[in-house]
Write a protein that binds this ligand. Structure first.
Ligand code: UTP
Length: 224
């Protein structure tokens, strides 16, 4: 299978870089890459939001902030590049063609941000479309898709399986501003729907057994 896997920046960095997580996840991906092709996208997380918040106070515009968020995500992506050993690419991919060429070289491409105006969810969705991925796996600090924001509503229910239409309906109202943090970027939801890409949204715990998630054994949400 060809798999696009996104790791939320918040999983890589909470108070400091989670080196054990980076090493453990990379080891699994390298091992699974004997049977699958992987393309890895990493988010900017807390550090990106710190920089974006500071530069907003300084008075910079949204596009400037987006460029900074993209760079932080690339920095986070470089952690995995560092841990991929002989499967490591020579640099973080800044575009989809470079990422696909890296797959053809037998290496595992890693990406952060690509263009201003969206998030790494949208990067992952566009990349999935471009490389014709069989599946998009998204690991974040929320363990699935809920009918409403679980961080705000105690009675929010996790959904085991939903359609792309339902996902779009849940996220449609989200504002597109730098550093915004939602279940999934609405642009990503639109792209995943138009290409009908099977998507799995899981929490941090499930990163300990990526092989099981690929086989459909997970507690997250399947979209498609
Ligand atoms: P992320 O996609 O990493 O957002 O990009 P996030 O909400 O922190 O994601 P998680 O928590 O890691 O999953 C951070 C910011 O960088 C800019 C946007 O402003 C985004 O909100 N960005 C990122 C871009 O403008 N373009 C990109 O391709 C990627």
């Amino acid at each position: 299978m060809r798999i696009v896997l996104k790791i939320g920046g918040s999983l890589v960095f909470s108070d400091k870089i989670d080196v054990e997580l980076v090493k453990n996840v990379s080891k699994q991906i390298v091992s699974l890459s004997k049977n699958h092709e992987f393309l890895i996208v990493v988010g900017g997380g807390k550090i990106a939001r710190e920089y974006i918040g500071a530069l907003k106070l300084i008075g910079k515009d949204d596009t400037f902030l987006d460029f900074i968020g993209m760079e932080v995500a690339k920095l986070n992506a470089s952690l995995f590049m560092g841990a991929f050993e002989d499967k490591a690419p020579v640099e973080v991919s800044s575009d989809f063609k470079h990422a696909l060429a890296t797959v053809y070289l037998g290496k595992i491409p890693v990406l952060g941000g690509t263009h201003p105006g969206h998030t790494t969810d949208a990067v992952s969705a566009m990349l999935s479309e471009f490389v014709d991925a069989d599946i998009f796996l998204r690991f974040t600090n929320v363990d699935g898709v809920y009918d409403k924001d679980p961080r705000k509503f105690k009675d929010a229910k996790k959904l085991d399986k939903i359609s792309h239409e339902d996902l779009l309906a849940i996220v449609e109202d989200t504002k597109a501003v730098a550093g915004v943090n939602t279940v999934i970027d609405p642009l990503a939801a639109k792209i995943l729907k138009r290409s009908n890409i099977k998507t799995i949204v899981c929490g941090k715990e499930e990163l300990s057994n990526i092989g099981a998630v690929i086989k459909g054994k997970h507690k997250g949400t399947e979209i498609g």
